[in-house]
Write a protein that binds this ligand. Structure first.
Ligand SMILES: Cc1ncc(COP(=O)(O)O)c(C=O)c1O
Length: 352
């Protein structure tokens, strides 16, 4: 039997009462009837962008539904996962009262978005080896904890969490578990999208910014129970996904083979990169990666970061985060870019 939760109960009262903004066109966009559009004060002369986008992105959701094997009713799209994370705070968390749970070291936008919305943040750090502390997560969750955000593969540590840990949290937490699969394409494994049939309290985030290669278009996807999708539709800005970005998604979906090829290449580059840097003396640990980036522990991450900057190479320094002392997070680039980094490391090694 499906594990259900009372979605109304976890939704803010003000949002439950809210009337959605409706454009006059909304009820006609899905129909085949050709209408003369004099409702939205647009410029009528065609240039490909003179009309507002479909507010509910129906055609795109039909297509994505087929690709992902889900009903379009279970899909919500936004201006990057960042917009989706913010809308989740608005929908479920009463400012200064409710809280979210995060599992540091983790993706920074969950806390940023919570802070922006005056939502409390409860931190349950990962265990050594970057594993979920499932017992503490369940123990510390209270009735005020509306959502738990878990990226898998995790950012910045790059590892996927075991499915049984995620399932245990989903099965025992009475709020919403947001499973952020931004990097899922870079490692094989079950997607939590498949759990939607069984669990109403799961929301899966995916994005077109990473493997799909169109970060500039800003397109994020949420897969969730239709009641949650309806509620997000009610609170979003009417035209939150612009025409150009929707076109960019269709284009990438039409070129799925190219996306696959790029993912394959990046995985090969990762293997090669690890082989070539493993004997560098100032590198202490290369953590296992299920993503398109690697977390590496150095002798002195600040020193190595500054040296790389001098050589014109920018990486991320997450050393102030829990369990990440003296680490740098390195994204795989093109073969040439990766080679430049390897050459820089070797030159720095010789200076030692
Ligand atoms: C775990 C995770 N989720 C989401 C995002 C952001 O995705 P988007 O570009 O769709 O806003 C990132 C980006 O770094 C990320 O690491």
């Amino acid at each position: 039997m499906k594990r259900s939760i009372d979605i109304k109960k976890i939704t803010r009262p003000i949002i439950q009462k809210l009337n959605a903004y409706r454009s006059a066109r909304e009820e006609f966009v899905g129909s085949s009837r050709k209408m003369i559009l004099l409702d939205a004060n647009e410029n009528p002369f065609e240039n490909g962008l003179n009309r507002y986008p479909d507010p509910l992105q129906n055609k795109l959701k039909q297509r994505l539904g087929k690709v992902k094997g889900v009903d379009p009713m279970n899909i919500f799209l936004g201006n990057g996962s960042d917009e989706l994370i913010n809308l989740l705070m608005v929908a479920f968390c009463e400012p200064k009262t409710d809280e979210i749970m995060i599992v540091p070291p983790t993706f920074g936008m969950y806390k940023f978005s919570a802070d922006l919305n005056a939502v409390n943040v409860l931190e349950v750090p990962l265990l050594k080896g970057f594993q979920l502390n499932v017992n503490q997560i369940l123990k510390q969750a209270s009735t005020r904890t509306k959502m738990i955000f878990i990226p898998t593969p995790n950012n910045p540590s790059a590892n996927r969490f075991p499915l049984q840990d995620l399932k245990k949290i989903v099965e025992n937490f009475s709020g919403l578990v947001v499973i952020d699969e931004a990097y899922a394409e870079f490692s094989p494994g079950e997607t939590a999208i498949d759990w939607l049939k069984e669990y109403q309290n799961v929301l899966v985030l995916q994005t077109f910014s990473k493997a799909q290669g169109i970060a500039g278009a800003r397109v994020g996807m949420a897969f969730a129970d239709s009641e949650i999708v309806e509620m997000l539709n009610k609170i979003k800005a009417p035209y939150n996904l612009n025409v150009l970005s929707q076109k960019a998604v269709f284009h990438r979906l039409d070129n799925a083979d190219q996306v696959k090829k790029e993912v394959q290449l990046l995985l090969e580059y990762k293997k090669d990169f690890i082989l070539k840097i493993k004997d560098i003396n100032f590198i202490k640990t290369i953590f296992p990666s299920d993503a398109n980036f690697i977390l590496i522990r150095f002798d002195d991450s600040k020193l190595r970061y500054d040296q790389l900057i001098k050589k014109g190479i920018l990486v991320r320094n997450p050393s102030d985060q829990y369990l990440c002392e003296n680490t740098l997070r390195i994204t795989l680039g093109t073969e040439t870019e990766n080679q430049a980094l390897i050459t820089a490391f070797k030159a720095m090694d010789q200076q030692n």
